[in-house]
Design a binder for this molecule. Structure first.
Ligand SMILES: [Zn+2]
Length: 590
């Protein structure tokens, strides 16, 4: 069957784009058009279909109407009545600038096919063409192959490639760099970005070069970084030959914010290897109608995050101190997650569909992000490998073998195939490590693994000038602003508030009889050192309650990785191979 989609971006004022699908060589009494319920890379079922309206089918563009039926929320059946050519028109409302966006404004049309181009059921593996109609002063940015035609047409080899190839039409600023001789476009769409174009070109080239060096080769002939600049950031979505990122227009300065941007860029770029080519077998071809389960997302996301910061370190975009500081921040977040050992990395990968993308009040107590824990477990695995092989192998060795045996030949990984590859790549047996920390929920000893690299991981001591800083008492809650009141969002397991019965949803209006608001909540705790009895007055489901407790000791303010005084020869070797710099004596940062 020949499949041609036409996308019209001519009248953006109502954010409703007009589409058509032309099918040729139809040979069945009915064809079903189906819109995906999820987009690869974002493992959650969504109702993208809610903006669809006005669907009508004809025998050829100007022919007699054909009967259509809506079968379920995302499936339409067209009764062809013997027609070999079928033309379908519909409209979709698109006004959401997110990574898997469909957004039509005066500024651009951004298309992820899964949100507006329904597939023809039974024909997912066949090529599809896309024709684009748009204002004369707009231009098209996409990695889809252009085929000779006027107006322009683009071709996807199959529906997966179509969904994997965003199309942006508008007036973006496009910079082109050639790291390793391969053209990479940096497309910046949106007003008011505070970026320095030369710095972007230089630093993204460094990210590309260090990523390719990590794996050893690049499968690309070209690549596009799509950046949409707006006020509400949404992160990034990986594709095989591009990435779609939605960032704040002011993310490029100051330096720390810019490092976050470069981290996002490196993470999404590394996905061209890890998850897009080194992938679980179930992730492609996809079933777009339902959850596609895998236990390997911790590796696909958490390990990608771990490599992200190694890439920034190797490329010189992070100093050794900045790298270790970033690691220490993760440690703090991780150790303050009460649910970190209530679910294994494999199980949290599997239930991403309900866990990761739909967090609720109990999430921190019963779960942990497979990005966060996956990153730290990958770090420990890397240090374990470097320690046991005297730095002859590392997690990088594993990545390179995965690339050679799976990514490059395009072979998906079976669910239990990761550990055998790790063992083969390193020449050591890591079964017990996987049983305990990947399949199991044993507390991982981060400090013991840090010692492999001659680093002491511990809470950071106060500096002399901080000695008088108040030590606030801890209740163990996170509060949010509820019309100026402090409403309990999370009550953390094992901390004073939960033991005393303070509950998510409670609005705290007084502490020890004194009025408290959301903005004054943290300040009020500073006056209650650990061990202070407190009486909270709260509205619970609209009725007044009193809750008594005693403040506990606060969690560590910060952690730090500090070089040991006299590390072993092996620890120095592990450190140097890991951070990519010679061992330097302890120099705690001020
Ligand atoms: Zn990712």
């Amino acid at each position: 069957m020949d499949i041609l989609y036409t996308v019209r971006a001519n009248a953006p004022s109502d954010h409703r784009a007009r589409f058509s699908v032309d099918l040729e060589h139809v040979a069945s009494p009915a064809v079903d058009l189906v819109l995906p319920s999820w987009v690869p890379g974002s493992y959650v079922i969504m109702n993208y279909v809610r903006g669809f309206r006005d669907l009508a089918a004809r025998r050829e563009p100007e022919g007699a109407p054909l009967r259509t039926e809506r079968i379920d929320k995302a499936r339409w059946r067209i009764h062809t009545d013997g027609a070999a050519s079928v033309h379908v028109d519909y409209t979709v409302y698109g006004h959401q600038l997110v990574t898997e966006g469909f957004d039509l404004t005066e500024e651009h049309l951004f298309v992820n096919a899964a949100l507006c181009l329904p597939y023809v059921d039974g024909h997912l593996l066949e090529p599809a063409d896309v024709a684009l109609e748009f204002p004369a002063d707009w231009k098209v940015i996409t990695e889809l192959e252009e085929v000779a035609h006027a107006p322009p047409r683009y071709r996807a080899r199959n529906y997966d490639e179509l969904v994997d190839s965003p199309i942006d039409i508008g007036r973006p600023v496009v910079l082109t760099i050639h790291p390793g001789g391969i053209p990479h476009r940096i497309s910046l769409c949106g007003e008011g970005g505070n970026y320095d174009a030369r710095a972007l070109e230089r630093d993204i080239a460094k990210v590309v070069e260090a990523s390719v060096a990590l794996v050893g080769e690049s499968p690309l002939s070209r690549y596009t970084f799509f950046y949409h600049l707006t006020d509400v950031p949404d992160g990034g979505l990986e594709h095989a030959t591009s990435t779609s990122c939605v960032v704040t227009r002011t993310t490029f300065q100051p330096a720390e914010s810019y490092r976050y941007f470069l981290g996002l860029t490196a993470h999404e770029y590394l996905h061209l290897y890890n998850v897009k080519r080194i992938r679980p077998k179930v992730l492609g071809p996809f079933d777009y109608t339902r959850e596609n389960y895998t236990r390997q997302l911790w590796w696909m996301e958490g390990t990608t995050d771990y490599f992200t910061y190694l890439v920034l370190r190797r490329s010189g975009l992070l100093t050794v101190e900045q790298f270790l500081k970033q690691r220490a921040k993760l440690v703090k977040t991780y150790l303050e997650t009460p649910g970190r050992n209530r679910i294994s990395l494999e199980e949290s990968s599997l239930v991403s569909w309900v866990d990761r993308y739909q967090p609720f009040e109990e999430t921190p107590n019963q779960s942990v992000s497979y990005y966060l824990k996956g990153d730290l477990v990958s770090m420990c695995l890397d240090l374990e490998i470097r320690h046991r092989t005297e730095a002859r192998a590392s997690l990088e060795t594993v990545l390179r073998l995965l690339w050679k045996e799976y990514g490059k030949p395009g072979r998906g990984l079976d669910e239990d195939e990761l550990l055998p590859v790790v063992n083969r790549a390193t020449g050591i047996d890591l079964t017990s490590f996987f049983e305990r920390y990947v399949r199991g929920t044993e507390e991982i000893d981060l400090a013991a693994h840090a010692l492999h690299a001659g680093l002491v991981l511990a809470p950071k001591a106060k500096r002399p000038d901080e000695a008088d800083d108040p030590e606030p008492g801890d209740l163990g809650v996170a509060v949010e602003d509820s019309g100026g009141l402090a409403r309990v969002r999370h009550s953390y397991a094992g901390r004073p508030a939960q033991a005393a019965g303070l509950t998510p949803g409670d609005e705290v209006i007084a502490i020890n009889g004194g009025k408290v608001t959301f903005s004054g909540f943290e300040k009020a705790l500073e006056r209650l050192p650990p061990g202070t009895p407190v009486e909270l007055t709260v509205f619970r489901r609209g009725f007044l309650h009193q809750v008594s407790m005693t403040t506990g000791p606060p969690p560590a303010r910060k952690y730090a990785f500090t070089p040991m005084d006299s590390p072993s020869e092996l620890a120095r070797k592990v450190y140097e191979s890991w951070v990519g710099a010679p061992w330097t004596p302890a120099r705690p940062d001020p």
